[in-house]
Design a protein around this ligand. Structure first.
Ligand SMILES: [Fe+2]
Ligand SMILES: [Fe+2]
Length: 299
């Protein structure tokens, strides 16, 4: 297993202390030095793995030229099979539920990892990030927060929408998809990589979101279940421009040395998302569940 099983889960739990914490776990553990030391070791290993994979994908990212062109190049070179296309064409309802359980790790805290960057930016890139985040948080309307829209989808699929409900069912590569933005978000020195993560997501969102909505329509789910995806088809058509032109490019104009990290963040995101999608598709190809243990039971 590329990222292992115990390491990603342990790192996910350590990061959880910086978000909402855990029931019956004292909040003081967030800054406990012995836990921070463990976190440091796990992060060092994860970063080394990500840099290895990013280097292997496009060679030296030290001289990236125009960062917008470099990000588009990352996407053009990504390859890999399409999970949304599979779900839109032949996926079953149980497979969509499995996909939603995987995504629940990140979508139920959607936008939160990127918010860490706001106080770390200044000027134009900060304004661009706030513009995107305001939309992600529903412009202050709780019902419209994207993380809440995904909870609506989970409930429509008869799944538990409380964060962390499926930790014992998910494999290591699923935890890697959310650990990466948490890692980038919690370290100021990795703010360029966090911008690369966000830019990659916004640039590659519209078509997959449309495919997921199409899958739910084909499977007979009501409009409420599709709303999260349909909102993103519209929102991310705008966010992708803001993320590249107004965020990534202005950040690099301010601080050219961050260009390589922006591209690294996009490459790392492509790698972890690709591994997760491929593992899910491989399990389905073999007629298996992509989860551990028993099939998901309706709530
Ligand atoms: Fe969103
Ligand atoms: Fe977005």
């Amino acid at each position: 297993m590329l990222y292992g099983e115990d390491g990603p889960l342990a790192l996910y739990c350590l990061y959880g202390l910086h978000y909402r914490g855990f029931a019956e776990v004292d909040d003081d553990w967030e800054w406990e030095p012995s836990l921070l030391a463990v976190r440091r070791r796990l992060e060092t290993a994860l970063l080394a793995r990500l840099r290895e994979e990013a280097g292997g994908a496009v060679g030296d990212v030290g001289d990236v030229g125009d960062v917008g062109d470099a990000l588009r190049e990352v996407i053009a070179c990504a390859g890999g099979r399409s999970l949304p296309r599979r779900l839109a064409t032949t996926g079953t309802l149980d497979q969509f539920r499995e996909y939603a359980m995987h995504r629940s790790l990140l979508q139920l805290i959607e936008a939160d990892p990127h918010t860490w960057a706001i106080p770390r930016l200044t000027g134009a890139p900060k304004a661009a990030l706030v513009e995107i985040q305001a939309d992600e948080y529903g412009y202050g309307v709780e019902r419209d927060m994207h993380q809440n829209l995904f909870a609506v989808t989970l409930r429509a699929l008869e799944l538990d929408a409380r964060p962390g409900s499926y930790l014992d069912r998910l494999p290591g590569h699923a935890f890697a998809t959310v650990n990466v933005p948490s890692l980038f978000g919690l370290h100021r020195r990795l703010r360029g990589a966090l911008v690369g993560h966000l830019a990659l997501f916004e640039m590659t969102s519209v078509e997959p979101m449309g495919a997921y909505a199409a899958a739910l329509r084909r499977l007979g789910l009501a409009a409420g279940a599709r709303h999260f995806f349909e909102v993103h088809v519209v929102a991310d058509a705008h966010h992708r421009t803001v993320a590249v032109r107004d965020l990534a490019e202005t950040l690099v104009a301010q601080d050219p040395v961050l260009a390589a990290d922006v591209v690294f963040g996009a490459l790392a995101t492509t790698a972890v998302e690709g591994h997760c999608a491929e593992a899910i598709l491989t399990a389905w190809d073999e007629g298996l569940s992509s989860l551990s243990g028993q099939p998901p039971a309706p709530r």
